[in-house]
Design a binder for this molecule. Sequence first.
Ligand SMILES: Cc1ncc(C[n+]2csc(CCOP(=O)(O)OP(=O)(O)O)c2C)c(N)n1
Length: 353
Amino acid sequence: MTAEPHTSRLRRPDRLRREALFLQMCRIRCTEEAIGRLWHDGRVSGEMHLGIGEEAAVAGVVAHLGDGDALALDYRSTPALVARGVDVTALLLEVLGAPGGLCGGVAGHMHLMSRPHLAAASGIVGAPAPLACGFGLAARSAGAGHVAVAFFGDGAVNEGMVMESLNLAVAWRLPVVFVCKDNRWAVTTRSAALTGGGLQRRLAAFGMPVARVDGRDVTRVDRAAGRAVALARAGHGPSVLLVSCPRLEGHFLGDPLVRLTSTLQALVPEVRPLVGQLRAQPGAPAAQRLRALLAISTRAARAGMERPGWGQDPLPRAASRLARDVADELARRARAEVDRALDDALAMAGAHA
Ligand SMILES: Cc1ncc(C[n+]2csc(CCOP(=O)(O)OP(=O)(O)O)c2C)c(N)n1
């Protein structure tokens, strides 16, 4: 890992940029945790897919968007909507299914949209890619230098519509940035088990730049996204960011991680008691399960297995690059904003119950 400059030696704009990105990451994390609490309290119907672990990947990209730019999102859309400036109370009300929600309480967490932000999510795996092409075509026709960003997972890359979209975006030189959040899992299946060839080479074969980025490092994501968005804005067409990021909660909230832990148990017998501990707390939030997950991960790595991505939380890394008091203050500010939004949302949802 390259040594980072001490924060006091950073140029002021760089320092302010890091602070702004960290604040966004904290706002995202606090919102995701608030949604998690609502779900665990039984106030949200259906499954819940959070983007905990994707904060750096999302904040670093969305920081480059402005008015008139569009966002096509998957079912882990709340992080990008928060970073884009969607009102957190409206978002929480929507998750609660309340009439004052972002979409009148009828969208649920998988189909959120915000017209003023040109942002729309879909529960259909891969759908953000064609949606972004549509946004991109409209932006190119309007000629105002706007861009569209699509976020989707590594499992989605095997969807036919994603490959058609990548092809069309190159053929029509659309101002689109495709962001593939690579967590190496598609629900309970290792993505490698259903992906032919190398992902990076496959994406590059469409004839556009592909940057592989460590998605736990917001500074690197920020830089790579800056280059990709600038290319699209200047009319040089699409590109791909292949951003690795951890999946800290499993596929959905309460994911018992059965498939994953079964495989590990078979390969590394020493982890059996730890898996037992983990299974004894089904549905507990990741923070509570992290100790067991980390211990399993360490033993698996000691046994020569590839270390799973748990515990590689992007937030502490971003915080460590700021002065301690600044990081604490930004985290406190984000927590206060989201706590207020949660109180407001609960009061308003209660009033409508
Ligand atoms: C077209 C379609 N096929 C299958 C599903 C069921 N499904 C939901 S999420 C998912 C896996 C997606 O994996 P990935 O794209 O890597 O995203 P992640 O959830 O890991 O971020 C599948 C197969 C779906 N929602 N839509």
